[in-house]
Design a protein around this ligand. Sequence first.
Ligand SMILES: [Zn+2]
Length: 71
Amino acid sequence: MNRAAPAPARTVRCPTCGGPSRYAPDNPWRPFCSQRCKLNDLGDWANERFRVEAQDSDETPPAPPLAHPSH
Ligand SMILES: [Zn+2]
């Protein structure tokens, strides 16, 4: 009986570009296919967070309506 060869690398879909990505120890960017795709994903994340935080602290919120003129 022969021993089974080590499991072949699986190929998954890269979350960023949708292309094939090697899900193997020799792919440090897994599940992304490349460094670029991984950084791209992180960049989106950071941008999103920064935008939200900036919106919160940069813009002065409109004065809250204290009292509505009666009607
Ligand atoms: Zn990719």
